[in-house]
Design a protein around this ligand. Structure first.
Ligand code: GLV
Length: 316
């Protein structure tokens, strides 16, 4: 009999076709799963292909357990308690590498759009209030030759550093929780605040989870230059969102480019009201090619488990 696979969001058609040919597939249609939903899914399915927002918290792993494999769609898996999963005998895998370039590209999109005030400019053109070119206008911050500070120098952090160094002649400094040798010319500084203080652009690319929650707090933001621009492409909870809003409201920093939020998809109205930030709806990996590659990698891990192997992107 075919193993039962739950897919919690629509995925690319060719990957879904392969899943249907291999498993008895159910595609969930109702949005993100609560802890009650995930507990039920763990009791009913042999394998699950979930994504960000599906609450696989410790409580979900204490009841009846049919599931043996969670092939997460996404590199970040802070929505899955991997220790509780391991204790319950459930393997978890993720989708690294395939989304590195797309996510680094979104970081650059936000960095440039915030520095050059592209959001404001676009709103003015659409409002019909643009009066034509003049010597003043919407003056932004020059990017080329400035200093980039990366917080979290993993695969995505290094891809951002490479784009900024080779593409924009930027000096790169970084903060990483462990010492890191990297292939891009870049200096690891002693503390997070050293990076926040020296950088013209701070980009956060660290994984989410308990160890990094509110790592960017009021004090870290206060260490930034008043001309500094802050970009987050990791997880909303890495930043104290209220402290960031206060810093932006008081022009303590020049601007922010955000792809992620503390309570997605909720975006605080005070943030929406600010002109000095560019806000995207978690688009980091959102290209057709990347999303298909992520779905394929998640499915390949589940197939590898079903065939009796050790999933190549296993994380627990
Ligand atoms: C997206 O945020 C991911 O973790 O893949």
């Amino acid at each position: 009999m075919l193993k039962k696979l739950l897919i919690t969001r629509p995925i690319a058609a060719p990957v879904l076709e392969q899943a249907n040919a291999t498993f008895a597939v159910t595609v969930h249609k109702g949005g993100k799963l609560s802890v009650v939903d995930t507990a039920r899914a763990l009791a009913q399915f042999d394998a699950i292909l979930p994504t960000l927002g599906d609450a696989f918290k410790a409580d979900a792993f204490v009841g009846e357990m049919r599931c043996k494999m969670i092939g997460n769609f996404g590199v970040g898996y802070n929505h899955i308690d991997t220790d509780a999963a391991a204790k319950a005998g459930v393997i978890v895998s993720n989708t690294p590498d395939v989304l590195t370039d797309a996510t680094a590209d979104i970081a650059l999109t936000l960095l440039l759009a915030t520095a050059r005030r592209a959001g404001e400019g676009e709103r003015i053109v659409r409002s019909g209030k643009w009066g034509g070119f003049d010597g003043g206008g919407i003056l932004g911050t020059h990017v080329t030759g400035k200093t980039l500070g990366v917080v979290g120098m993993g695969r995505i952090g290094q891809a951002i550093a490479a784009r900024c160094h080779y593409g924009f002649d930027m000096d790169v400094v970084f903060h990483n929780r462990s010492p890191k040798v990297v292939s891009v010319p870049a200096r690891q500084l002693d503390g997070l605040h050293d990076v926040m203080a020296v950088a013209d652009f701070v980009v956060v690319a660290t994984p989410g989870g308990a160890k990094t929650t509110k790592m960017i707090d009021e004090a870290a933001l206060a260490a930034m230059k008043p001309t500094g621009i802050f970009v987050n492409v990791s997880r909303g909870e890495v930043v104290d969102e209220s402290a960031l809003i206060v810093a932006l409201e008081n022009n303590r920093i020049a601007g922010a480019g955000l792809d992620v939020y503390e309570k997605e998809p909720y975006v605080p109205p005070r943030l929406l009201a600010l002109d000095n930030c560019v806000l995207l709806p978690h688009l980091g990996s959102a290209t057709q090619e990347t999303r298909q590659a992520m779905a394929q990698m998640a499915l390949d891990n589940i197939i590898s488990w079903a065939d009796g192997g050790d999933p190549p992107q296993r994380v627990n």
